[in-house]
Design a protein. Structure first.
Length: 218
């Protein structure tokens, strides 16, 4: 039975969520301030945390940051009345696994919780990360250095390949095969062209040229 930590200072919402989770076979624990949320989160006894950003004592961003700094990989779903792009970006870059704005339907929250728990057991992650770069595979968007960056469909697939092989040298032939299939001649310079596009959008130093071998995401 999965244990879910609910860090929410609005009693009505906390009670509503806890009741729904119990009815679906979860064991919820409710805390109403950031310090208690952090203390509970660091015990390692919970499978997932639902975290409100507007907690007293320590806000949700601080709680999340300290959890990740301490090495906690517990999935965290942010619940908040804040719905700005800046808050969404900050939450995801801070290490959150998902973000749900209030008001929300319990069915949607339950689906996201189940998805995150499946991810934590080794299924495909919804977000790929490397340093300040995050790629959301569901919404098909990239976030880098605190800003959302639009990518074309081909650029997105190329970044995904780099992220799934971060730190490894990828040859032009391998990238042509994985991203373009048989659409391009192996002697084409299309890989070099697209890496230049990505450097402009995501950062010049993020993609290293390995002479005679290919490229590496650093």
């Amino acid at each position: 039975m999965n244990r879910v930590l609910i860090a929410e200072d609005e009693e009505r919402i906390a009670s509503f969520v806890a009741k729904g989770l119990r009815a679906n076979g979860f064991t919820p624990t409710v805390v109403s301030d950031g310090r208690t949320a952090l203390d509970h989160g660091l015990t390692g006894e919970f499978d997932l945390m639902l975290l409100d950003l507007g907690l007293p004592e320590l806000d949700g961003f601080t709680v999340l940051g300290r959890l990740r700094t301490a090495g906690s990989a517990m999935p965290v779903v942010i619940l908040t009345a804040r719905s700005s792009v800046q808050d969404t970006v900050a939450g995801l870059e801070g290490g959150a696994d998902d973000y749900l704005s209030k008001p929300f339907r319990f069915e949607e929250l339950l689906a996201r919780i189940r998805l995150r728990l499946r991810d934590d057991r080794g299924a495909e992650p919804a977000i790929l990360r490397r340093g300040s770069l995050a790629l959301d595979l569901r919404s098909r968007c990239a976030v880098v250095d605190g800003r959302m960056v639009p990518l074309t469909a081909r650029e997105f697939v190329l970044v995904e390949v780099f992220l799934r092989n971060a730190g490894q040298v990828l040859s032009r032939e391998m990238l042509l095969s994985r991203v373009w299939g048989f659409e391009f001649d192996p002697t084409s310079n299309v890989v070099d062209v697209y890496v230049r596009y990505l450097r402009r959008k995501l950062g010049v130093d993020r993609f290293e040229t390995v002479r005679g071998a290919g490229y590496r995401l650093v």
